[in-house]
Design a protein around this ligand. Structure first.
Ligand SMILES: Cc1cc2nc3c(=O)[nH]c(=O)nc-3n(C[C@H](O)[C@H](O)[C@H](O)COP(=O)(O)O)c2cc1C
Ligand code: SF4
Length: 414
């Protein structure tokens, strides 16, 4: 069943303009916000159990707590609107239909962590959505909702959009920060312990668009209201983008814990043209593939998908019918990953290209059984020996495709 906490205004005509947005509840949370201390806002978000919607599902409140108290350095909030993961198209719905919800979330979140400047890093291809957000930011400045003394309160916040150059890896938070600092978008080495992120050496929080857009509901209604939806470990809702061979693809806001079968067969109207389901990629292209018979008792939450050997990721669900060639899907993905590897780590830079070339050979009918071992060897090299998780994710997906659909690959050898 759809629950509209974030997508409530998506169907309202012109809800992207300030007047219509305000008529429909936008910025109402600010009244409650400024009656609370920043620490109280943080606690509210912490208690709600809000989890990041950018792929990893980190607890948002816990991340915010890593910002040092009484910092003598400026603090920044950075919104990740890079949305580069194949099969993922949810953040742009917020930018298109309700950009003021994102701005409202940015104000609440910046206030909580003590930031006075927020950056929105948008992927280069999102020109329409960038312009839509910029228009909303301009309107908000004009109405005194952004800038100095927001709505007469003793709090200042400035918001700047930064345009990416269309590199997938710049969605990875540390590559994004490098890029935002004007450098090449290379992921950074990760610290051993828990730390905030750093932007020009200043403590920083990086959050996904949808994560931040979920905050106003929590401030308005309280953490308990948010927890009414979803599961104990994954409270609330998420925007699921369903694409592929279903009758009604689209973006649906659903409580965590919704049955995957219900989503595919009821909400999305089942498979197109009466075809049979072959496979599902449940969380954007970087998670392990599931066979049709594996989805039987899967629910859309972090725990269920992990237990079934995959991940919820970005909630981008790609549905494939019986006519899809899995080796071709894998080849398509490896062309992408090879192209998008940032090239810092040799196993990733070379390994992704190596697997891509072997897949081309297999698809051309020139493969041998030995090639499967070579791909699996390359996966061993990709796993655990690189700076960021791009390479291990790619290794896991390759292993899952080969393991679950081995006979399809073998059929191409003859
Ligand atoms: C290769 C790679 C690409 C990523 N791309 C995105 C992206 O486009 N958007 C996003 O929000 N998070 C992306 N992430 C996750 C971010 O690194 C980060 O975890 C996230 O923005 C944190 O926000 P959240 O806690 O609100 O989810 C990516 C991660 C990796 C490893
Ligand atoms: S694993 Fe790949 S994408 Fe990540 S830093 Fe290394 S080369 Fe770049």
């Amino acid at each position: 069943m759809m629950i509209k906490l974030v997508s409530k205004n998506f169907d309202i005509p012109e809800a992207y303009t300030l007047n219509v947005a305000r008529e429909n509840g936008r910025y109402a949370s600010l009244e409650r916000l400024f009656k609370m201390s920043p620490d109280e806002v943080m606690t509210e978000v912490e208690k709600s159990g809000l989890r990041g919607k950018g792929g990893g599902g980190a607890h948002t409140g816990e991340k915010w707590r890593l910002i040092p108290k009484n910092s003598d350095k400026p603090i920044y909030l950075v919104i990740n609107a890079d949305e580069g993961e194949p099969g993922t198209f949810k953040d742009r719905q917020i930018l298109e239909f309700d950009p003021h919800l994102l701005i409202e979330g940015i104000i609440c979140s910046s206030y909580a962590i003590g930031a006075h400047h927020a950056y929105v890093y948008i992927r280069g291809e999102y020109v329409f959505w960038m312009n839509r957000l910029q228009e909303a930011i301009d309107e908000a400045y004009e109405a005194g909702i952004l800038g100095e003394n927001i709505l007469g309160h003793n709090y200042a916040l400035h918001v700047t959009i930064h345009k990416g150059a269309g590199a997938y890896i710049c969605g990875e938070k540390t590559a994004l920060l490098e890029s935002l600092e004007g450098k090449r978008g290379h992921p950074r080495l990760k610290p051993k312990g828990k730390e905030p992120e750093w932007f020009f050496g200043n403590p920083t929080v990086v959050n996904n668009v949808e994560t931040i857009a979920s905050v106003p509901y929590i401030i308005n209604e309280g953490y308990g209201a948010y927890q009414m939806y979803g599961t104990k470990e994954s409270p609330g809702t998420m925007l699921f983008g369903i694409s592929g061979h279903v009758e009604r693809p689209g973006v649906y806001e659903l409580p965590y814990g919704t049955s995957m079968k219900e989503v595919i067969y009821d909400l999305c109207g089942g498979l197109k043209n009466g075809k049979k389901l072959k496979a599902v990629i449940p969380g954007g292209s970087s998670v392990q593939i599931l066979k049709a018979d594996e989805i039987e008792d899967i629910t859309l939450d972090y725990e269920s998908l992990k237990a079934h050997g995959s991940a919820l990721g970005t909630g981008g669900i790609i549905v494939m019918d019986e006519d899809v060639s899995i080796p071709e899907v894998m080849k398509n993905l490896f062309e992408f990953y090879h192209h998008e590897s940032c090239g810092q780590c040799t196993p990733c830079r070379e390994g992704t290209g190596w697997v891509d070339r072997i897949l081309a050979k297999i698809l051309a009918g020139k493969g041998s059984k030995e090639d499967f071992n070579t791909i699996l060897d390359a996966c061993d090299m990709l796993n655990g020996k690189t700076i960021c998780v791009f390479a291990p994710s790619v290794a896991f997906i390759a292993q899952s495709y080969l393991k679950k659909f081995r006979e399809e690959f073998e059929a191409l050898l003859h």
